[in-house]
Design a protein around this ligand. Structure first.
Ligand SMILES: Nc1ncnc2c1ncn2[C@@H]1O[C@H](COP(=O)(O)OP(=O)(O)OP(=O)(O)O)[C@@H](O)[C@H]1O
Ligand SMILES: *[C@@H]1O[C@H](CO)[C@@H](O)[C@H](O)[C@H]1NC(C)=O
Length: 431
């Protein structure tokens, strides 16, 4: 008899507890959200305090004061401090004293970098104290610098006939020598400078003032986006870079897939170049989008080379004591543990190509939707080739070449088809 009533009451009760549960859940959710946004906010304000315009301008002002006092020098100082040809724009990065800023150099965006914010934080040039009064000849300094760089890159000093570091700023005054010395203490500068005229896949150094050096501004890769490089930013750069290479056609400009294929082809070119165009193979041990940038003509450029090693240095880095293979992983460069000697093999067992396939290409060429019916056969083939590349035996360079060529041909065909589609609707599409 009472059953409909009981049912009703139970139903109301159920509804109420359900409501309460929802309310609790909502409260919990809001609480969590507030907590995390609080954390993010505090983190941001702390970071922005360091990477603020005020702090950046202070640092540059300090550089200019020392330039005025004749402590430091450089080919950019005049424009940075006197004629204002170089103007500060914004802070890009600041951590542990490492300072990266964007500036404008007569209308061209550049990046100013230094590993340490203060000139005085760099080691003073001891050579000068020895020869108080009589300054060393520029030749001595260049020789000294050359040896310093070669050893920092892990290349034997001397080795006649090998590529010497590019043209260094001619140092003659005390301020110039001290500045050159502060720059040479920045491995990254030494690296960029050495490969300046030898590689288009390394960022160009445009000049320096004291311990700050200027490099070309690039569109840096983004970790959090499927579009590794911002399309809008690239379009801007491609517009700028018209005519100086790549044969970029304004009609297909930076449009969609086209850009991705061309950047991927440039990654492949970089891999081949680092593998075979120098005296020693160059290993990249920290491969992630943020560490690469793209120029207006869509060439891929290494911007963070803290973890780039030539073969001799790579071997030193890998040769560690070990008890298992895990001990022999140095970021993206791995080798095997020799259990008898408890020492990691000095030979890397994976390769730049393999890691690029795994960490970059795989995300690019994954199907947009789980249903892969919409893919063209060539796209499916590319996806399989990328997968195969990521899983291959990286120590086998012959196999690597084959995989490399296969990827290159697939990407070229896809690029051709994509270009055909955008310029004339009637062509292509036969695959
Ligand atoms: N040439 C450039 N063009 C545009 N942005 C740049 C350039 N160089 C550096 N950046 C930006 O500045 C950031 C930091 O620069 P950089 O990569 O040299 O520091 P970092 O070496 O990554 O620091 P850490 O070694 O602590 O990771 C980069 O993530 C990038 O966004
Ligand atoms: C750099 O110099 C400024 C001003 O002289 C000083 O306040 C700051 O502590 C110095 N920073 C470092 C890391 O030495």
């Amino acid at each position: 008899m009472g059953s409909p009533w009981r049912g009703y009451v139970l139903w109301r009760l159920g509804l109420r507890t359900c409501r309460r549960r929802i309310a609790l859940l909502a409260l919990f959710w809001i609480g969590t959200w507030m907590f995390f946004s609080g954390v993010v906010f505090v983190h941001r304000t702390m970071l922005s305090d360091l990477c603020s315009d005020k702090k950046s301008k202070q640092i540059l002002q300090g550089v200019c004061e020392e330039y005025g006092r004749g402590v430091l020098a450089g080919d950019l100082c005049e424009e940075l401090c006197v004629s204002r040809g170089v103007e500060y724009r914004r802070c890009l990065y600041y951590e542990n004293g490492k300072k990266v800023m964007e500036a404008d150099w007569r209308g061209v965006p550049i990046v100013l970098k230094s590993k340490l914010e203060n000139f005085s934080s760099y080691e003073a040039l001891g050579l000068l104290d020895y020869q108080e009064g009589a300054s060393p000849s520029p030749w001595d300094v260049v020789l000294y610098a050359t040896m310093e760089i070669r050893s920092s890159l892990g290349l034997e000093p001397g080795g006649a006939g090998e590529a010497l570091p590019g043209p260094f700023p001619r140092a003659s005054s005390r301020a110039e020598l001290a500045s050159l010395w502060s720059l040479l203490q920045q491995e990254e500068y030494a690296f960029f400078r050495t490969l300046q005229d030898l590689s288009r896949h390394v960022v160009k150094v445009l000049g320096s003032c004291g311990h700050f050096y200027a490099v070309e501004y690039l569109v840096a890769g983004r970790a959090w986006s499927r579009n590794l490089f911002s399309q809008e930013a690239l379009l801007g750069l491609v517009g700028e870079g018209q005519g100086r290479g790549g044969g970029s056609d304004p009609s297909d400009g930076g449009s969609g897939r086209n850009v991705v294929f061309r950047i991927a082809l440039s990654f492949l070119d970089m891999v081949r170049h680092f593998e075979s165009d120098f005296t020693h193979r160059l290993h990249l041990c920290d491969i992630k989008p943020e560490n690469f940038g793209v120029r207006g003509d869509l060439t891929v450029v290494a911007i963070d080379v803290d973890m780039a090693f030539f073969e001799p240095k790579m071997q030193n880095v890998l040769e560690q004591t070990c008890t298992s293979d895990e001990d022999c992983n140095f970021f993206d460069c791995i080798s095997k543990c020799d259990m008898k000697e408890n020492k990691c093999s000095s030979k890397r067992v994976n390769s730049n190509l393999q890691v690029i396939c795994d960490k970059i290409f795989r995300h690019w060429f994954a199907p947009l939707l789980p249903v892969s019916g919409a893919e063209l056969p060539l796209q499916v083939e590319l996806r399989h080739a990328v997968q195969e590349c990521a899983e291959m035996d990286g120590g086998n360079y012959v196999r690597g070449r084959t995989v490399h060529l296969h990827l290159q041909s697939l990407l070229s065909q896809l690029l051709q088809d994509a270009s055909g589609q955008t310029t004339g609707q009637t062509t292509g599409q036969s695959r």
